[in-house]
Ligand binder design. Sequence first.
Ligand code: NDP
Length: 254
Amino acid sequence: MSLSMFRLDGKVALITGGNRGIGLAIAQLFVEAGASCLLTSRSETDALHALLAAHPDRVAWHRADVNAEDAPEAMVGAALDRFGRLDVLVNNAGIADNGDFHDFDDARLKRIMDTNLIAPFRIARAAIRPMLDQGGGAIVNIGSISGHVANTPQLQVAYNASKAAVHQMSRVMAFEYAARGIRVNALAPGYVVSDMTAGGIARPEWNRIWTENTPMGRFAQPEEMASCALFLASDAASFVTGAVLVADGGYTTH
Ligand code: NDP
């Protein structure tokens, strides 16, 4: 074992939601670790363009809604066309939606499940085929501590259920592909500063509750999730599969 095993030199990663938040931080660190990255999202950001401009040879972007019928094949095809192989998939794109369970209508339920569970399933299915052809790969699915606990004060049963399903999907995929060189793990972040949490962080009462429930007494920065994703994606985690890596400042210890 050497420190170089934490690097991704020569590897190609597909990262959904790579334009902002946790996905962008993962993309930035993966590029620094030597990977070529195909990033996907619906919208463009200045930070995305900065990364593209800084590494035109190793970063590419593909506009896609993860819920589009052809998105999985198109994304994987874009990565293969541009970089010739696919070693790592990070299923990061996701959405949250809060509300009382008894008022949570079918359209909102479908939107959460489609984006957070069905899309990662379909994208992993498309990505695993070239990984099988190559004889290996690594998949990192971004779950959440919401897959383990009931959040408070916000009510979000559908989101929690979608993330619990992502964890279990990861574990069972890991079982199915372990002998074929493909590792599958989930990363379960606690509260991370991003557009997803900005509204809650700005509300003093929510901010207080989220902070007090986190023994470290603070939110994570997206970069603190990127380091965890890099570990899971890299050869440093060569014997790690089917894990749900909780990175939550201690939130789920109590
Ligand atoms: P952001 O809201 O900052 O980013 C969400 C990302 O997902 C964006 O890149 C967005 O791109 C993309 N995305 C959302 N819907 C779609 C879609 N239909 N098609 C394509 N891309 C889509 O959130 P975070 O960075 O915080 O979250 C990233 C992941 O981490 C999510 O899976 C989230 O559930 C999870 N997570 C976040 C936590 C937090 O505290 N922030 C805690 C635990 C888990 P665009 O809108 O441009 O398409």
